[in-house]
Design a protein around this ligand. Structure first.
Ligand SMILES: [Zn+2]
Length: 491
């Protein structure tokens, strides 16, 4: 590990993840629908979520239950009582000029504190401390034309205003953008296993990141729109700060915005000490008593979480721990794996395909598994085609991207594109004869040195676009050479 003054150990990152409880049907304090995506702007609103004076919030108890399940999953301490605060600020995304949130100071009691999550970085487990997990309402959505600093006006859609949001705050325990990504991936997997949030939905998971290098001041990057973007934003910010330091310019303590299109951070405001929000207790909502029996009841209903699933995958299917870690880092990937195994395929074979070729394809297409039409049935069909000798592994790798992109059956792709393996002896013998004629020098070499046979096999594979049965090809080329040899040595 690098330890110079720009080294990885000099980077400190803390995250504030905002996760919508997308499994809820209604908002946090009113009965408006929380399913705002794709809906006409400002149609899912009422006096409560618009904050019209005189309207009274009513707490969605299911939101508290889901938040408590997340707090339990993150090993947090949960107080007997929790209540809400008004976080006062004037901003167009908050029509009532305050946000109902929770606060850990001034006598505030957030829903939970002092948790931890383990992540795996380069085969080592690392503990990331969770400062608190609390509930708050989502602000409205600001819509810009073009970029935030060039937009001539701002549109506001209040449909999102009041949607239940979990804020999950870590200590600055992360020491690289990659670690931040791994942590967020783990967090997302936990939320998805709990069934409280679908991180694949646009805007369901957003993030603020605090970052400092070489003991310098903290720079906060606000509103990174997805976990995918976090690593990018942090990488840019580290490079920017290092560049300043190397020029002898000091880094300013400030808040910056991540511009996804241009992939740069832009200064929003220079930050003084603690932000000057004023917090007042929200007297329209009574404190929530969290009893032991309520927590016990929730615990008994908690589904299997990624860490437990990882251990089960190694025990039940004999997978290496590393495979199980990769698969459970994404709930949909682990589900996909188990479906393939249930359809009768060998666990390690399925795991190998998923961890290497499938993940690589998804990465190249910048897609998530759930965004594709690719199904376990298709992967199983492809593995069967290899096992039955219809296609070679090489052909399988070739058609996989097309399967993932179009969701088409591998059998159909292979048939349409004429990719079935050539295992007819006569057809192969004919082709081998041609390859030998075209490469007389290689044949001479192969007659003297057996290792040169591989060159001829390579040429045959090229000619057949990988369709020759490799075992049969090897056998037939050797037979062909033996025949040539006998002709040469017999006068
Ligand atoms: Zn409402």
């Amino acid at each position: 590990m690098k330890t110079d003054r720009f080294g990885i150990e000099s980077v400190k990152i803390g995250l504030e993840a905002h996760c919508q409880l997308t499994s809820l049907k209604t908002k946090l304090f009113c009965s408006c629908s929380a399913d705002y995506r794709g809906k006409k702007p400002n149609t899912l609103v009422c006096p409560v979520c618009l904050g019209i004076p005189g309207s009274l919030p009513v707490l969605n108890l299911r939101a508290v239950e889901l938040a408590l399940m997340v707090a339990l999953a993150l090993n947090c301490k949960i107080p007997n009582e929790t209540f809400f605060f008004r976080k006062n600020y004037y901003y167009p995304d908050m029509s009532k000029n305050f946000q109902i949130s929770q606060y850990d100071r001034a006598g505030g009691n957030p829903l939970s504190v002092d948790g931890s999550v383990y992540i795996r970085v380069d085969h080592k487990r690392k503990k990331i401390k969770i400062r608190r997990v609390h509930l708050e309402e989502d602000p409205a959505r600001l819509v810009y034309t073009g970029t935030i600093d060039a937009s001539p006006y701002t549109l506001i859609d209040y449909n999102r205003s009041g949607v239940a949001l979990l804020e999950i705050v870590t200590d600055p325990d992360l020491s690289s953008p990659r670690e931040a990504r791994i942590f967020l991936q783990k967090l997302r997997s936990i939320l998805e296993h709990l069934g409280v949030s679908n991180g694949g939905l646009e805007g369901a998971m957003r993030c603020d990141a605090n970052i400092s290098i070489i003991g310098g001041p903290r720079v906060e990057i606000k509103n990174i729109s997805s976990f995918k973007e976090v690593e990018r934003a942090l990488n840019f910010e580290i490079a920017r700060q290092k560049d300043l330091v190397s020029k002898g310019i000091s880094v300013k303590q400030e808040t910056r915005h991540w511009d996804e299109t241009r992939r740069v951070t832009i200064s929003l405001r220079i930050k003084e000490e603690e932000q000057d929000y004023r917090y007042f207790p929200e007297l329209d909502l009574i404190p929530i008593n969290i009893t032991k029996s309520w927590l016990e009841q929730l615990k008994s209903k908690m589904p299997e979480l990624p860490d437990a699933r990882r251990i089960r995958l190694t025990k039940e299917y004999g997978l290496p721990s590393y495979d199980a870690e990769v698969l459970t880092s994404d709930k949909s990937l682990a589900d996909f794996f188990e479906s393939c195994v249930k359809l009768g395929k060998a666990p390690k074979t399925v795991s190998n395909w998923l961890m290497t070729d499938v993940l690589r394809c998804l990465h190249n297409f910048n897609l998530e598994l759930t965004e594709t039409k690719f199904t376990p049935e298709q992967l199983v069909e492809m593995i069967t085609l290899i096992e039955d000798g219809v296609i070679s592994g090489k052909i399988a790798k070739m058609i996989l991207p097309e399967m993932i992109k179009t969701g088409e059956s591998p059998r159909l792709i292979v048939k349409e594109r004429g990719l079935v393996k050539i295992s007819g002896r006569e057809e192969l013998q004919l082709l081998i004869g041609q390859v030998c004629e075209e490469n007389p020098d290689a044949v001479k070499d192969a007659l003297k040195d057996e290792k040169a046979i591989h060159f001829l096999i390579g040429k045959l594979m090229q000619k057949t676009r990988g369709r020759a049965d490799p075992k049969l090809a090897d056998e037939l080329i050797r037979a062909h050479l033996a025949l040539l040899k006998s002709r040469v040595s017999t006068p």
